[in-house]
Design a protein around this ligand. Structure first.
Ligand SMILES: N[C@@H](CCC(=O)N[C@@H](CS)C(=O)NCC(=O)O)C(=O)O
Length: 229
């Protein structure tokens, strides 16, 4: 590690999208302080948290005390801190496509789940919220089916477009960690290994990877085919 390496702190919430940078920090072996943010207790709305992220969302990565938010930006920062780990292909079409994959997960699939998870952020009345929730669920499940199809491809068929999906014996990359988060959220809607076998297999490999195990242990989460009671 270079002497210029900034002190790193990650603000995360168990099972949230912040698992993506959490796993990557573990994979890269970068020393960092982890801070839990209890979203269900509204800790993201505290003045102290909003000073780091006025949007009241995890993840937040502090680089020498300077907050970086948004998963895409945080992953880029981590890639810059440890280029030798090759979280992304170094250049060209392969790199663009790896970012394309992550952008789709972060910018399209994730907000579909947000409509299911927090419909009150999108509509006023109960009836309108129920509609937002149902349409978010439909869109999210459709995206998971697409992700399952992509996870079924051999690396050489689409690896460059996928920011890993675990070709060979490699450690999970950003898209793999995101896939695991999305699959886990899918279990809340009743998705499992029968409905999404390839995505489920990918999520299992992520969960069983050394970095995945460490991050999941810290978050105290599991990947279960059945939603928690
Ligand atoms: N586009 C943001 C999305 C972040 C986001 O949606 N975070 C969720 C957890 S997965 C959150 O903190 N939600 C706060 C809340 O629901 O109050 C990113 O890439 O960081």
């Amino acid at each position: 590690m270079s002497s210029a390496m900034p002190a790193l702190q990650l603000y995360f919430s168990p099972g949230a999208c912040s698992f993506v940078p959490h796993l990557l920090l573990e994979r890269l072996g970068l020393p960092f302080e982890a801070h839990i943010v209890k979203l269900h207790k509204g800790e993201q709305f505290s003045d102290a948290f909003k000073a780091m992220n006025p949007l009241s969302q995890v993840p937040v990565l502090l680089l020498d005390g300077h907050p970086v938010t948004q998963i895409m930006a945080i992953v880029d920062a981590l890639d810059g801190l440890a280029p030798q780990a090759q979280l992304f292909p170094a250049e060209g079409l392969a790199r663009a496509r790896a970012w394309q994959q992550l952008a789709w997960m972060n910018g399209t699939i994730h907000p579909q789940f947000t409509r299911f998870f927090r419909p009150s952020a999108f509509a006023e009345t109960e009836a309108a919220q129920a509609e937002v929730k149902a349409s978010g669920q439909r869109a999210f499940m459709k995206s998971l089916v697409r992700l399952d199809e992509m996870a079924a491809l051999e690396p050489e068929e689409g690896g460059a477009a996928r920011a890993s999906f675990l070709g060979g014996a490699s450690e999970p990359g950003p898209a793999d960690a995101y896939a695991m988060v999305l699959m886990r959220w899918g279990t809340l809607m009743g998705a499992d290994g029968d409905t999404l076998p390839h995505l489920w297999g990918l999520a299992r490999r992520v969960a069983l990877s050394p970095a995945g195990e460490r991050a999941m242990a810290r978050e105290r989460i599991e990947l279960s085919a059945k939603p928690a009671a």
